[in-house]
Design a protein. Structure first.
Length: 740
């Protein structure tokens, strides 16, 4: 047999580590997140407004400090039953007492308790799960938040014999997630939330050497941490595949961003110095917990999870620090390694390979913990556990060079923007339309931002402004397919219809349109302006773009003229009188706003957004601004300083009007507690309840009705809140009947 033949028959060389290109891309992701996380997350409110969570039971591990502490506190204040799963129950009880005292007088006492768990002991994890399951109650959210990063320290092992980073960051959360499946299934729809890290991008997992003791790789705490985070994503991805849709249990990993927490105490001197010189770039724990809260409470998460499952996506859902879907590292997509990590993990924590299947069927399983010889591991630590001084120096130099390069790029971008006077502006009626750089899309998954939520996307968000919108939704470019073509009556009617749709989206009183009609209009628009769909199908991570692409693609080779006719026909069905004068903007003085229905800042998410930007220069006092932006402390200071709680701006709106328009339920409650008039009318005769109904904010509307808001109050057009309500709110109809 020739050497060539023998070589071809020999087994492939086993991958020992990340390649240089993967390693460089990973570190670029890490430093990119450090430098740009505040920019990419600038659309998020702080704190993040939460939907109603009164019926939820949530377990949060590591909740006595940092991100976990903020997560537990905000969930409890939003009404959830929170179980603080912590090692130090005494510290947790002190926190609970402190939070109860701070919350006193603001509502019902917080429903929060502490239970002991030590992630460095798998026996402790098993006992915690057994105790919680024994309650036979539902568990709706499990947040595996606790983690460790002992950077610069020698290799250490748990009492079971596992490397500490791997056990705390991966093995223990994996065991807890599997053992709590009975409670999670009882709480369906429920979620397993794993607080991961962008550091997984530089991680590598060898399933045969998860303790990093074989000598094939030299151990460092950085390797231990990044490998454990990658292992968590791989395990979660297999769990994501194994859980049937019928269980209703979603699995999500997330990055909180680079956060100033207790982890910084364990960093090397080099990285501690970086923390000291770049405080602007680092998130506070309150900012860092936003992606956890979003993943735990946003109603779109189960739908997103289901979409990825149906598309056979290789990894579980991953949410970035800016609360948007993201794609984990290339290595995280290695399904073969992920399967081996799954099997090895179950072996290490003492669970059978069919544990998930048995638990779904209602069977009991035994956790057969196997303990390893500490003597052998200790000797291995002495041989492989420490990095040499030269390696530490090389690591610091390389990281410093990467950081310097990215910082220089950031400075270059800022300087370029200043020199070129680039800006994001809205075009006015007198100015010509210019295509300018789009701002970051502020929608969370497929819902609008704004926190208090429930607001449907406007038509303009689905279709885009006149003939400029790519199917993916990331780029805007002018469409010149029609240059040089003689205008016909059909062309003019189609242009008028698209203009009307755009203006209708700006009118707060125009009727709401179902999302399937949005998509149908979008598809017809693209056929009419660009012809048959030739663009590639967007990634499953881009759910809105994918739905728009499908609407365009399924129309096939429909002639443009037919598409225009169908478009006009649908608009006529929705608005029979649109040709007779367009949308009724008079009720809120929106004739000017209609012509500015979509500026380069993107779709409308607030009913007042165009009034704010109008040429009449709306005049508001500080108290209105604080209510609009959700600044509780400054709002209270204004009221305490003597500013009337019912002060009106130039349009007659009170702070309560502004708070409700922006979806700030917490601000609305504060204002009502301070005797705000729930029936105050603006210059158009509309009360705060009118605003809540038109903006589709059911929780706020229900709160106002409970505070004796008048459901029969008429605005200047004679419309009551019930007349303007497009949603099916039986309680509002019942309340209106009682008033009558």
């Amino acid at each position: 047999m020739s050497d060539e033949t023998a070589s071809s028959l020999s087994p492939a060389k086993k991958k020992q580590n990340l390649g240089w290109m993967e390693w460089m891309r990973g570190w670029s992701s890490v430093f990119g997140e450090i430098l740009f996380q505040r920019i990419t997350a600038s659309h998020l409110e702080n704190p993040l407004p939460l939907p109603p969570v009164n019926d939820l039971t949530c377990v949060v591990t590591g909740s006595t400090s940092g991100i976990g502490r903020e997560t537990a506190r905000q969930l409890a204040e939003a009404g959830a039953h929170v179980v603080m799963a912590v090692r130090n129950t005494k510290a947790a009880q002190e926190l609970i007492l402190q939070w109860q005292n701070e919350w006193s007088g603001k509502g019902l006492p917080l429903n929060i308790e502490a239970m002991e768990i030590d992630l460095l002991s798998l026996d402790s994890v098993a006992r915690f799960a057994e105790a919680l399951n024994a309650r036979l109650g539902p568990l709706h959210v499990l947040i595996n938040n606790a983690g460790m990063f002992a950077m610069g320290e020698a290799q250490k092992f748990s009492e079971e014999g596992y490397e500490q980073h791997m056990q705390v960051n991966h093995l223990a959360p994996a065991l807890l997630s599997v053992l709590l499946l009975p409670s999670l299934i009882r709480g369906s729809p429920s979620r397993i939330i794993n607080v991961n890290s962008v550091m997984h991008s530089v991680g590598f997992v060898d399933p045969d050497d998860m303790n990093v003791v074989s000598g094939r790789r030299k151990y460092s705490s950085l390797i231990g941490y990044s490998s454990s985070k990658l292992a968590q994503i791989m395990f979660s991805s297999i769990l994501f595949k194994k859980l049937p849709l019928e269980t209703g249990v979603s699995v999500v990993c997330l990055s909180p961003g680079v956060v100033l927490t207790n982890v910084a105490r364990d960093l090397s001197r080099f990285l501690q110095a970086l923390y000291a010189v770049i405080p602007y770039f680092i998130f506070s724990p309150q900012e860092g917990c936003r992606s956890s809260l979003f993943s735990a409470t946003d109603p779109q998460i189960p739908e997103y999870w289901e979409t990825l499952k149906n598309d056979d996506w290789p990894v579980c859902p991953f949410i970035s620090q800016d609360c948007r879907p993201a794609n984990p590292s290339e290595e995280a997509h290695n399904t073969e390694t992920a399967q081996r990590v799954w099997e090895k993990t179950l072996e290490l924590v003492g669970l059978p390979l069919d544990a998930v299947e048995k638990l779904i069927e209602g069977e009991n399983i035994q956790c057969r913990l196997s303990y390893h010889s500490m003597a052998l591991l200790t000797s291995l630590v002495q041989v492989f556990g420490r990095m040499g001084d030269w390696a530490q120096l090389a690591q610091s130099v390389i990281l410093g060079l990467i950081f310097s390069y990215l910082l220089a790029k950031l400075i270059s971008i800022v300087v370029t923007f200043k020199e070129d006077n680039l800006s994001l502006t809205r075009h006015t009626e007198d100015s010509q339309f210019e295509v300018k750089p789009e701002g970051v899309d502020s929608r969370r998954l497929d819902s609008s931002s704004g926190g208090g939520g429930g607001e449907a996307d406007s038509l303009v968000a689905e279709q885009g402004s006149s003939r400029s919108d790519s199917v993916v939704g990331d780029d805007s470019e002018e469409d010149d397919d029609w240059e040089g073509v003689e205008s016909t009556e059909l062309d003019e009617a189609f242009s008028a219809a698209t203009l009307f749709v755009t203006t209708a989206a700006a009118d707060r009183l125009s009727q709401k349109v179902p999302s399937d009609v949005h998509q149908q209009l979008y598809g017809l628009y693209k056929i009419a302006t660009e012809g048959p769909c030739t663009a590639p199908q967007p990634s499953a991570l881009k759910m809105t773009a994918r739905a728009k692409w499908q609407a365009w693609q399924k129309l096939g080779a429909m002639p443009p003229e037919e598409a225009m006719e169908k478009y006009i026909e649908i608009v006529t069905q929705l608005y029979p009188t649109w040709l007779d004068g367009g949308v009724k903007a008079g009720s809120r003085g929106r004739d000017d706003a209609a012509s500015n229905s979509r500026g380069t800042m993107g779709p409308v998410f607030s009913s007042l957004v165009y009034d704010e930007e109008s040429e009449n220069e709306l005049k508001i006092d500080a108290i209105h601004g604080f209510a609009r932006e959700g600044e509780v402390d400054n709002l209270l200071k204004s009221i305490e300083s003597g500013i009337p709680v019912n002060a009106r701006d130039s349009e007659g709106r009170t702070p309560l009007h502004w708070a409700i328009d922006r979806g700030h339920l917490n601000i609305a409650k504060v204002l009502v507690d301070k005797n705000a008039d729930v029936n105050a009318k603006d210059n158009e005769g509309q009360t705060p309840l009118h605003y809540a109904v038109v903006c589709d904010r059911e929780a706020i509307a229900e709160f106002l009705v409970k505070q004796k808001a008048n459901t029969a109050a008429k605005d200047e057009d004679g419309n009551s809140p019930l007349d303007l309500c497009e949603s099916d709110w039986p309680w509002l109809r019942d309340s209106a009947k009682q008033t009558d």
